[in-house]
Design a binder for this molecule. Sequence first.
Ligand code: FES
Length: 157
Amino acid sequence: MDKNKSELARDIENYVKEFGNDRSALLPILQAIQKKYSYISSFAQQEVARLLDIHPVEVFGVISFYSFLSSEPKGKYIIRLCKTIICDISGKDEVEKAIIKETNTKFGETSQDNKFTLEYTNCLGMCDMGPAMMVNDKVYTKLTPEKVSEIISNLNN
Ligand code: FES
C-alpha cells in the first residue's frame, strides 16, 4: 500500500473509532474524509464499506446523493452559480460568462491547476439579491461581471 493510501486508511480507522461503525456513522465519516481530502476516492469508499460492513454501492449512493460529497477530486475553490429562475432573469448569463472567462474553466469541470471547480446549484435563498453564487462556504450576491472579476482575482492572489 502506498504512503497516501496507508495514511487515508489510518484516518478512516480513526473516523470509525470516533463516529462508530453502524450505518448512522456513514455520513459523518464521509464528511470527515471529504473535508480532509476534498473527495472520497474509490479506495476510501471500499475501506468505509469494509469497516462498516456494508456494500460499497451503498457508500457510493450516499456520495452521489449529497452535493457536498464528491467521488472525484475537486478544485481548491468550488464555485456554485445559482441557475434557478430568479437569478436566471436577473443577469445570470453575463455572470456565468465572466466566471468562465476569469477561471478559464467550463461549468462541470475543474481547472487544470486544480484551483477552480465550476458547478450549477439550485436556489441559494438569496433570490432578492441575485444573481448569486457560492465560493466554498461563502455566498456572493448582486453579482455583475465586474464583481466576478474582482472576486476571482482576489482568490488568485
Ligand atoms: S433563485 Fe438564485 S438564489 Fe434564489
